[in-house]
Design a protein around this ligand. Structure first.
Ligand code: CA
Length: 226
């Protein structure tokens, strides 16, 4: 695993780099934002640890630039700032985790390991199954480019199925993920909603996307090759 550490406080960056190398990670250290940007463009890192207050190029700008070109690499922000509003802004700009200085190395290592376990993070907001597009940010659905209006529950059901194309879910699983604890109806509510969905996303089209697997449940799209 190769990590990039962008931190201008020499003492801190040396300590952090040493702690990470002891865990057998390869660590490149950039002393300012501009160098961080050079490194981030030159190498394909598994994780980037980024200080916010940086000379030459502010950490926030660096974060945005990295995210523009690389959606997957996990980014851990290291900062003295503790304002919630700023945290929110940075998460929106693509940060995956946050550590406020001063921090314990044990906590840094724990967070680094957790992020690396997750691996590259899928950040696209659009799920695609065939010519069906489910935009999770806008909560909009299109098929063959045509906008399809769904109710909130129909959308939630479709999004759940579209997040795992090819997989078949039992009615119970679908209820557990799409409905909440206040739901006390019968599992055939799923059949009712699948019927509604079919009439909107399948009936007007030649290729049918929603699959019924008898005795098992429902899925979207073709089954993955065994
Ligand atoms: Ca700094």
């Amino acid at each position: 695993m190769r990590l990039l550490l962008v931190e201008d406080e020499k003492k801190l960056s040396e300590l952090v780099a040493r702690a990470l190398r002891q865990e057998s990670y390869a660590v490149d250290v950039a002393d300012d934002g501009a160098q961080g940007w050079e490194f981030a463009q030159a190498y394909d890192y598994d994780l980037i640890i980024l200080d916010l207050m940086l000379p030459k190029l502010p950490g926030q700008e660096l974060l945005r630039r990295i995210r523009r070109g690389n959606h997957g690499v996990p980014i851990l922000i290291l900062t003295a700032r503790d304002a919630t509003e700023e945290k929110v802004q940075n998460f929106e700009a693509g940060a995956d985790d946050y550590l406020t200085k001063p921090f314990a190395f044990a906590e840094l290592l724990m967070r680094v390991k957790a992020l690396l376990r997750r691996g590259p993070i899928a950040r696209s907001s659009v799920l695609r199954v065939g010519d069906l597009e489910v935009d999770r940010l806008a909560q909009q659905v299109r098929r063959a480019g045509k906008r399809i209006e769904l109710t909130a529950k129909e959308y939630a059901l479709l999004e759940y199925l579209a997040a795992h194309p090819g997989r078949v879910f039992s009615r119970t699983m679908i209820i557990e993920h799409v409905w909440d604890q206040s739901f006390e109806g019968l599992t055939n509510i799923v059949d009712v909603y699948v019927r509604h969905l079919r009439s909107k996303i399948d009936d007007p089209f030649a290729v049918k996307l929603i699959r019924t697997v008898r005795g098992v449940g429902y899925g979207l799209g073709v089954a993955p090759e065994a």
